[in-house]
Design a protein around this ligand. Structure first.
Ligand code: 26Q
Length: 835
C-alpha cells in the first residue's frame, strides 16, 4: 500500500507492559485535568464544556484501550469463530456516557466533575451524536453491537465512515429544512485510524478471460479505477466485563495514481480534480429510510462496504491459513443488515473464484454457508433493485457473477417445478422488462443460509407474501428474530432516576438480565413503591418539559398526560391519524365538551426524507395545528401540541423517560417491528397501538389490560382495501366530520390557502393504502380510554410499572442470544485479564 506503510512499518523496541489505569475518582480527576491543560492546552479558569468533554473522552478512552487490545489478541489467539455484521448504517449516538457506564466509572467521573464544579450534563451534551443512520435499522445495529460486547461474542461491525451523517432538521415557518451534519468537524476522539489495513476497491473497467499456467480459463477485472478504503476502528465496550469489540468504518480516499491520459496531456489540474469522485463515496449518508432506487453513488457505497469488508476478512484469513479455505465456513459468518450490503454475496464469489482461484461449486458452497440476511420491510416498493446497464458499467465483473448465480438457480427451479415459467420469472434475480433490473432481495435469499424477519408477525407475513415462493423452495432458511434494544443505553443510562429505584428494589441484575425486571411485578400493588415510581416519572417529565420549552418555546404542564410519537415521518406510520385525534380534542374543547377532561401534551417528532413531499406536508400540518391550539385562549392548559425539531438518539434519551403514552399506530401489516415502542415500554410508558410489528409481542408480554389496542388487523386491512370508502367513515361519524370540516375550512392554514389539500385528498381517497379513515373511530375511542386511565393515577402508575416489569423480552441481549443460538453459533470468549 502507498504511503500508509510508513505508519505501520514495525520498529524494534523493548517489550514494555503498562500497569492498568486506576478507575477511581482520583485517577480520573487527575487525568481529566492533565488532558485539559497539558494535551489540549486550555485554561482552567474559563473552561468550556467542549474541551472538558474532549479531555474526559481521552481519559475514558485510555481505559478502553488496554481492554480493546486484549480482546483483539484473545480472539486472534483462539482463532475464534466470528460474525461480521455488515450494515450501511450504525446510528451510534453519543459514546461518552455509554463508555463510562459500561466501564463502571460513571459515578467516579461524575464525582470528579462535581468536585471541580462542572455540570456533567453540560459536558455530555457537547458531544455530537454519531448520526450514521436513518432510524430503526441503523439504531438496531448499534444496540446489537452493545449486546454482543456484553455477551462477549466475537462480533465485528463493518460500516461506512460518512463525513456527513443524518441531516440536521431545522424548521422554517413549520417547513422542514435540511442542514448538513458535519459531525467530525471538531475531531472524533473515539476512532483509531488503521491505515495499515487499507484496501483497494475496483470500479468500472471491463473483464477479460485468460488461460492460466495450468490451462484453466479464468476471468480478470481490468482497466478499473481504484479507490482506497481506509479503516477507522471504534471501540464497543461490553458491560463491566473487560470485553471491547470493534466497529470498523471505511473511509474512501483517492489512490495516488493519476488518470494518465489526462496527466500526460498536460491536464494536471483535471487529473487531480478527477480524484474527487473517489473521495465522495463516503461523503454523505443517504437520508431515505425506504430505498431511493437507482442512485449510482448509493450502489458505489454498497459495493465499497461489501468489497472492503470481505477483503479485510480474507486478508486476515490468508495471513493465518494461507490459501486453504477448507475451514473458512467454521470460522466466519456474515449478517447482512437488509439488502443494502447484499452485493457481498456476489463479491465473495468473485474474490474466491477470481482472486483465490477456487472452482465455482467450491466457492458457492462457502458463500451459501456463511451469508445470512435480515429483512426489515414489508413494503414491496422498498425492495432494492438496480438497473442492469448501470451495474454493467460500474461493476462489470459482479454482473457476470450474478448472471452465473442466476443461471444455475433458474436450472434448479426448472428441475423442481418443470414448466412453471411464471414461478421462474417471479423468483429470478433478474427482472425482465424494458430495462432489466437486479433484485437484491432475491440475490440475498439465494446466497444465504438464513433469512429472518424482525418480529413474529413480520416473519410470518414475509413467508406468506413477498417471499412465498422462496419459502416453498427452502422453508428451512426462514426464521424470526424479534428485535430488541439495549437496556444499558435505553434504561440504565438515559433514566438514572428509574435505574436507581429499580436497583434499590430488586438489585442490579437486570442490567445484564432484563427478565429480572419481572421481580417488580409485586411492587405494582404497593402504594409506597407507586409513589416513588410516580416521583421519578414526574422528575423525568420536568426534564422533558424543560427540553420542549427550550426547543419549541411551549410550556408543558407536568400534570398532563404526555402523549408522544417520535419516529421517521411516513404515511404508513400515520402521524396523520395522530394529528386528526389532536384536532378532534381541539374541536371538543371549542364545543365545550370538556367534562372529565384529561390534560394532554402531545409531542410529535421525526425527520422526513428530503424528497418525500407528503411527509413534509405532515410536518407542516403538525406545526400549524400546534400554532392554532397553543395560542387559543379557550384551550389554555387543556391541550398543548408541539412538533419537536431534529429528533435523534440523544433527544430520545430525554423523551422516552419523560413519556406517559407511546403512539405506535401504523397500519397493521406495515411496520416490520418498531423499536421505539420497546424503548418507551422499558421506561414505563403505556402503548396505544395497532396489532402490528412487535406491538403484538409487547401486548402479549404486558397483558391486554395494560395496552390500549385499536384498529384493523393485518388480514382486515387486506380485505378492506378491495372496497374502501373513506367518506362512509367520515359521514357516519359526527366527530370525524367535524375534524374534516375544520381541515377543509382552512382553519389551520388561514394565510396559506390550499397547502393541505394533498393531505385532505389522501384521507378521502378510496385508494389510500394506509386506511387512515377506517381506524379513526377506534383510535379516538382508545384515546378516550387512555385518558380515563390516566385520571385514575393509581391505575396508571400500576400500568406504567407493569410495562417496565414485563419489557425483559425486548432486550437485544435476548435478540443476540437468539441470533447466536440459531444462526451464528459463536462461543463466548472471555478476554485475558487486563494488567
Ligand atoms: C435504501 C436504498 C437507497 C437509499 C436508502 C435505503 C434505505 C435506507 C434505510 C432503505 C431503508 C432504510 C431503513 C429501514 C428501516 O429503518 N427499517 C426499520 O427497521 C427497524 C429495525 O428492524 C424496524 O423496527 C422498523 O419496523 C423498520 O421500518
Amino acid at each position: 500500500m502507498p504511503k500508509s506503510n510508513a505508519k505501520s512499518a514495525p520498529c524494534a523496541a523493548k517489550l514494555i507492559t503498562l500497569p492498568p489505569l486506576a478507575m477511581d475518582e482520583k485517577a480520573i480527576s487527575e487525568d481529566l485535568i492533565r488532558y485539559y491543560s497539558r494535551t489540549l492546552g486550555r485554561e482552567l479558569k474559563n473552561c468550556t464544556p467542549h474541551y472538558l468533554y474532549e479531555a474526559l473522552a481521552y481519559t475514558v478512552r485510555d481505559r478502553l484501550m488496554e481492554r480493546w487490545k486484549n480482546t483483539r489478541a484473545t480472539y486472534e489467539n483462539l482463532d475464534a469463530r466470528r460474525t461480521c455484521y455488515l450494515s450501511l448504517e450504525f446510528l451510534m449516538g453519543r459514546a461518552l456516557g455509554n463508555a463510562m457506564l459500561n466501564l463502571g466509572i460513571d459515578d467516579a467521573a461524575h464525582r470528579a466533575l462535581y468536585d471541580y464544579g462542572i455540570d456533567q450534563e453540560q459536558v455530555a451534551e457537547s458531544e455530537p451524536d454519531a448520526g450514521l443512520g436513518n432510524g430503526g435499522l441503523g439504531r438496531l445495529a448499534a444496540c446489537f453491537l452493545d449486546s454482543c460486547a456484553t455477551l462477549q461474542l466475537p462480533v465485528l461491525g463493518y460500516g461506512l465512515r460518512y463525513e456527513y451523517g443524518m441531516f440536521r432538521q431545522q424548521l422554517e415557518n413549520g417547513h422542514q429544512l435540511e442542514e448538513p451534519d458535519h459531525w467530525l468537524r471538531d475531531g472524533h476522539p473515539w476512532e483509531l485510524e488503521r491505515p495499515e489495513f487499507t484496501q483497494r476497491i475496483h470500479f468500472g473497467g471491463r473483464t477479460e478471460h485468460y488461460t492460466d499456467y495450468a490451462g484453466v480459463t479464468r476471468v480478470r477485472w481490468v482497466d478499473a479505477l481504484d479507490v482506497l478504503a481506509v479503516p477507522y476502528d471504534v471501540p464497543i465496550p461490553g458491560f463491566e466485563n473487560d470485553t471491547v469489540n470493534s466497529l470498523r468504518l471505511w473511509k474512501s480516499t483517492a489512490t495516488d495514481e493519476f488518470n494518465l491520459s489526462e496527466f500526460n496531456a498536460g491536464d494536471y489540474v483535471e487529473a487531480v480534480a478527477s480524484k474527487n469522485k473517489a473521495e465522495h463515496i463516503t461523503m454523505v449518508l443517504y437520508p431515505n429510510d425506504a430505498s431511493e432506487n437507482g442512485k449510482e453513488l448509493r450502489l458505489r457505497q454498497q459495493y465499497f462496504l461489501a468489497s472492503a469488508s470481505l477483503k479485510d476478512v480474507l486478508r486476515r484469513w490468508v495471513l493465518l491459513h494461507g490459501n486453504d479455505f477448507s475451514t473458512f465456513v467454521d470460522k466466519n459468518c456474515f449478517q447482512l443488515n437488509d439488502t443494502h450490503p447484499s452485493i457481498a454475496v456476489a463479491e465473495l464469489m468473485r474474490l474466491l473464484v477470481d482472486e483465490h482461484h477456487m472452482d465455482w461449486d467450491g466457492a458457492w458452497a462457502i458463500v451459501t454457508k456463511v451469508m445470512a440476511y435480515t429483512n426489515h420491510t414489508l413494503l414491496p416498493e422498498a425492495l432494492e433493485r438496480w438497473s442492469v446497464p448501470m451495474f454493467a458499467y460500474l461493476l462489470p465483473r459482479l454482473l457476470e457473477v450474478i448472471y452465473e448465480i442466476n443461471a444455475r438457480f433458474m436450472k434448479q427451479i426448472a428441475q423442481r417445478w418443470p414448466g412453471d415459467t411464471a414461478r421462474q420469472q417471479r423468483m429470478s434475480i433478474i427482472e425482465e422488462g424494458p430495462c432489466q433490473m437486479i433484485r437484491m432481495a432475491n440475490l440475498a435469499i439465494v446466497g444465504s443460509f438464513s433469512v429472518n424477519g424482525v418480529a413474529e408477525l413480520h416473519s410470518k407475513l414475509l413467508v406468506e407474501g413477498l417471499f412465498k415462493d422462496f419459502n416453498e423452495m427452502w422453508p428451512e432458511k426462514f426464521n424470526n428474530k424479534t428485535n430488541g434494544v439495549t437496556q444499558r443505553r435505553w434504561l440504565a443510562m438515559c433514566n438514572p432516576g428509574l435505574n436507581k429505584l429499580i436497583t434499590q428494589t430488586i438489585g442490579s441484575g437486570w442490567i445484564t438480565e432484563l427478565e429480572q425486571l419481572r421481580k417488580l411485578i409485586p411492587y405494582a400493588a404497593k402504594t409506597q413503591f407507586r409513589k416513588q415510581w410516580a416521583d421519578v416519572k414526574l422528575a423525568n417529565k420536568q426534564r422533558l418539559a424543560a427540553l420542549v420549552e427550550r426547543e419549541c418555546g411551549v410550556k408543558f404542564d407536568t400534570s398532563a398526560l404526555f402523549d408522544v410519537q417520535v419516529k421517521r415521518i411516513h404515511e404508513y406510520k400515520r402521524q396523520l391519524l395522530n394529528i386528526l385525534h389532536v384536532i378532534h380534542l381541539y374541536d371538543r374543547i371549542k364545543r365545550g365538551d370538556t367534562q372529565n377532561w384529561t390534560k394532554r401534551c402531545v409531542l410529535i417528532g421525526g425527520k422526513a426524507a428530503p424528497g418525500y413531499a407528503m411527509a413534509k406536508s405532515i410536518i407542516k400540518l403538525v406545526g400549524n395545528v400546534a400554532e392554532v391550539v397553543n395560542n387559543d385562549p379557550d384551550v389554555g392548559d387543556l391541550l398543548k401540541v408541539v412538533f419537536f425539531p431534529n429528533y435523534r438518539v440523544s433527544a430520545m434519551e430525554v423523551i422516552a423517560p419523560g413519556s406517559d403514552l407511546s403512539e405506535q399506530i401504523s397500519t397493521a401489516g406495515k411496520e416490520a417491528s418498531g423499536t421505539g415502542n420497546m424503548k418507551f415500554m422499558m421506561n414505563g410508558a403505556v402503548t396505544i397501538g395497532t396489532l402490528d410489528g412487535a406491538n403484538i409481542e409487547i401486548r402479549e408480554e404486558v397483558g391486554d389490560d395494560n395496552f390500549f389496542l385499536f384498529g384493523l388487523t393485518a388480514p382486515e386491512v387486506d380485505a378492506l382495501r378491495r372496497d374502501y370508502r373513506p367518506w362512509d367513515y367520515i359521514n357516519h361519524d359526527a366527530d370525524f366530520s367535524a375534524v374534516m370540516s375544520l381541515l377543509q375550512s382552512g382553519h389551520f392554514c388561514q394565510f396559506e390557502a390550499g397547502i393541505f389539500d394533498d393531505i385532505i385528498n389522501s384521507i378521502t381517497n378510496p385508494h389510500d393504502p394506509w386506511l387512515t379513515a377506517a381506524d379513526f373511530r377506534s383510535f379516538v375511542d382508545a384515546q378516550t380510554q387512555a385518558a380515563a386511565a390516566y385520571r385514575d393515577q393509581k391505575r396508571w402508575v400500576r400500568m406504567s410499572i407493569l410495562n417496565t416489569a414485563t419489557s425483559g423480552k425486548f432486550s437485544t441481549d435476548r435478540t443476540m442470544r437468539d441470533y447466536n443460538e440459531e444462526i451464528w453459533k459463536l462461543e463466548a470468549v472471555k478476554p485475558a485479564v487486563v494488567g
